[in-house]
Design a protein around this ligand. Structure first.
Ligand code: PGA
Length: 247
């Protein structure tokens, strides 16, 4: 089981204390089979990774460029994220797809680059409310997955986070029946596409995860944990989610 916090564009140096409190809980969590990770903003990644080194709390970047280096002002490469101490990098988050017009083709290249430098990509997919309303959620999400999934070499690992766009930051969560059916569809797609390598994939849910809904979510088949936004910003709320999973 994996619980990954995505801080998005939140967190100044004063937030490092939250990460330290979370790190202090990471060993006990791991003993219960729960891996904790935080994806802070790029400005905190190196320092935060350094602060929590020696604990099982892993860190991740929130995005990377498709190229390893070059004249791309303001961008950050996967190699730099790895160099800053990260284990993961999020690619294709709906906020990047929407605000930065990232296509699945671009996201696939980002995921591929991440794997090349030894990071584990957290590949996000998810439908708009309008697509769910007309019964096209699964076909849209599978299309996105098909187009965004990188080639997985023999040792490569990947995390796929299903995050319905209408559930991110809204307090809304799909019904358990809709989630069951979506995860079955995603898993079947991956099994067909990857064969045995489906074991290198872990599936997360993201979108308004809190201490109140996590227990039901992680009981569902094929959900291996959660990508948590707002509720990961303080150690208190992130660890309350952890407590629910442990109970
Ligand atoms: P949220 O964000 O938990 O605040 O809805 C989740 C995400 O965007 O990863």
């Amino acid at each position: 089981m994996l619980l990954i916090g995505n801080w998005k564009m939140n967190g100044l140096a004063t937030a490092l204390g939250e990460a330290e409190t979370i790190a202090a809980a990471a060993e006990a969590a791991l003993q219960q089979g729960i891996q904790l990770a935080l994806c802070p903003p790029a400005t905190l990644l190196r320092t935060l990774s350094h602060h929590v080194a020696g604990t099982p709390l892993l860190t991740g970047g929130q995005d990377c460029h498709v190229e390893h280096f070059g004249a791309y002002t303001g961008d950050i490469s996967a190699a730099m994220i790895k160099d800053a101490g990260a284990h993961y990098v999020i690619v294709g988050h709906s906020e990047r797809r929407q605000n930065h017009h990232e296509t699945s083709m671009l996201v696939q290249r980002k995921a591929q680059t991440a794997i090349e430098v030894g990071l584990v990509p957290i590949l996000c997919i998810g439908e708009h409310r309008s697509q769910r309303d007309v019964g096209q959620a699964e076909s849209y999400v599978l299309g996105q997955l098909q187009a965004s999934l990188p080639e997985l070499g023999s040792n490569a690992q990947i995390i796929i986070a299903y995050e319905p766009i209408w559930a991110v930051g809204t307090g809304l969560v799909p019904s358990l029946a809709d989630l069951s059916s979506m995860y079955q569809a995603i898993f079947s797609f991956l099994e067909t596409r990857l064969g045995n390598k489906v074991n290198s994939v872990r599936l997360l849910y993201g979108g308004s995860v809190t201490q109140n809904n996590i227990s039901d979510l992680v009981k569902l088949n094929h959900i291996d944990g959660a990508l948590v936004g707002g509720a990961s910003l303080t150690a208190a709320s992130f660890l309350s989610i952890l407590n629910e999973v442990c109970n």
